[in-house]
Design a protein around this ligand. Structure first.
Ligand SMILES: Cc1cc2nc3c(=O)[nH]c(=O)nc-3n(C[C@H](O)[C@H](O)[C@H](O)COP(=O)(O)OP(=O)(O)OC[C@H]3O[C@@H](n4cnc5c(N)ncnc54)[C@H](O)[C@@H]3O)c2cc1C
Length: 361
């Protein structure tokens, strides 16, 4: 058992947990990061950093590594019923795979002397005696002054604390996703094929790789049920919407499905435990705000915890309340905003020449 007291224990090494860890470690705060996965992933997932996140990463000394990999400008090529209609250039942020953001943050964290502890999912927690004690899936335990739950939308920590995750989930599968190779398809454009029936298929070239992130409306089976994502199903969807017989999709490295979830925790603090990122709020991906909102949570939480740890004993409570006071209304605003952006995108894709840019700004 490794029952040594650390300043801040972070559960989860996604973009939120790693940003928080880099920020705190850079301020000289003692940090440990535990992660349920056995190893890092290589999934494109959240693929857009906004200018605010880039500024944060500048301050943490990681922006250069990311801009060296990512792409500043993206051209959205819109097709309607198979015909090329228009191109729209989008600039201001950075197109980069989520795994590459995480990799750059992990490298920085290692320079600060902290390594992610894999295969160590948080399974139990108890508060008392001026700290938190977390039980981990590898059988060990860690004691810390504070615990940051950055363990994603299905947060175990949120469940253990019994914090309600209010909102709604649409039952239908809205999208299938994956990372695929598509030799012969131009990598100069984020291809977006739409049809008179609505969403079709999108292939976005991921910088620093030879893969595209594929997003599509699911293929219905004979009973109208969505077909599980696979490279074969992706190919059938591609043939139907893109009508480019020479292009064969292959090497699906990541396959996933996505449903619309619009939910947020009713509080982000329980004693010495704090929720951040998807653990505190989930919402539609239109506009690409999920990872960016988690990064902002992490920045606010780092500031709060550093102030509480360095301030006079007995005065921490006021400083600690500041995090929820700042970030809970921000999460509520993002939920309302992204739900509207999602509706805008779903309406826009039925209009020839329009595409996912309808979800921006
Ligand atoms: C197709 C797609 C496109 C997207 N596009 C964008 C975009 O352009 N911009 C954007 O900002 N966002 C985007 N998002 C959303 C973004 O991916 C998420 O909001 C982001 O991953 C949230 O980061 P997080 O660190 O809070 O959670 P996660 O990334 O989910 O990380 C949580 C981590 O905690 C670990 N974990 C889970 N349980 C435990 C436990 N009990 N103990 C320890 N560790 C645990 C998990 O293994 C994981 O590593 C997109 C998502 C998808 C699917």
């Amino acid at each position: 058992m490794n029952d040594v007291l650390t300043d801040v224990l972070i559960a989860g090494s996604g973009p939120t947990g790693l940003t928080l860890a880099c920020d705190l470690a850079g301020r000289g705060v003692g940090v440990r990061v535990v992660e349920a996965r056995r190893a890092p992933h290589r999934e494109s997932r959240g693929k857009g950093l906004d200018p605010g996140s880039l500024e944060t990463f500048e301050g943490l000394g990681v922006a250069e590594r990311m801009t060296a990999v990512g792409r500043r400008e993206t051209v959205l090529r819109k097709y309607f019923d198979g015909a090329h209609i228009s191109d729209t250039t989008v600039a201001g942020g950075l197109l980069i795979g989520q795994w590459q953001v995480e990799e750059a943050l992990r490298e920085r964290l290692a320079e600060l002397g902290v390594r992610v502890e894999y295969g160590a999912g948080l399974e139990a927690l108890a508060q008392g005696g001026g700290g938190v004690r977390a039980g981990l899936s590898d059988g060990s335990a860690i004691r810390a002054h504070y615990l940051a739950a950055c363990d994603g939308g299905r947060s175990t920590t949120r469940g253990l604390l019994g914090i309600p995750f209010e909102g709604y989930s649409r039952p239908e599968q809205a999208m299938v996703l994956g990372d695929v190779r598509a030799p012969g398809l131009s990598r100069d454009f984020w291809h977006q094929w739409f049809t008179s029936d609505g969403p079709g298929i999108l292939l976005c070239p991921m910088p620093g790789t030879d893969t595209f992130q594929l997003q599509a409306a699911p293929e219905p089976d004979d009973r109208g049920e969505p077909v599980a994502p696979s490279v074969e199903s992706f190919q059938r969807l591609f043939d139907r919407h893109a009508r480019m017989p020479g292009i064969r999709l292959s090497d699906a490295g990541w396959l996933s499905l996505w449903r619309v979830n619009v939910r947020m925790a009713d509080r982000m603090r329980e004693g010495r435990v704090f929720l951040a990122g998807d653990a505190a709020h989930v919402h539609p991906i239109a506009g690409g705000l999920g990872m960016n909102t988690g990064i902002q949570d992490a920045t606010a939480l780092a500031r709060t915890l550093a102030a509480a740890l360095s301030g006079p004993a007995g005065d921490e409570d006021e400083a600690l309340d500041g995090y929820e006071a700042e970030r809970l209304p921000a999460a509520a605003a993002v939920l309302a905003d992204t739900a509207q952006r999602h509706e805008r995108v779903m309406a826009a894709v039925r209009t020839p020449g329009r595409g996912t840019e309808a979800g921006l700004g």
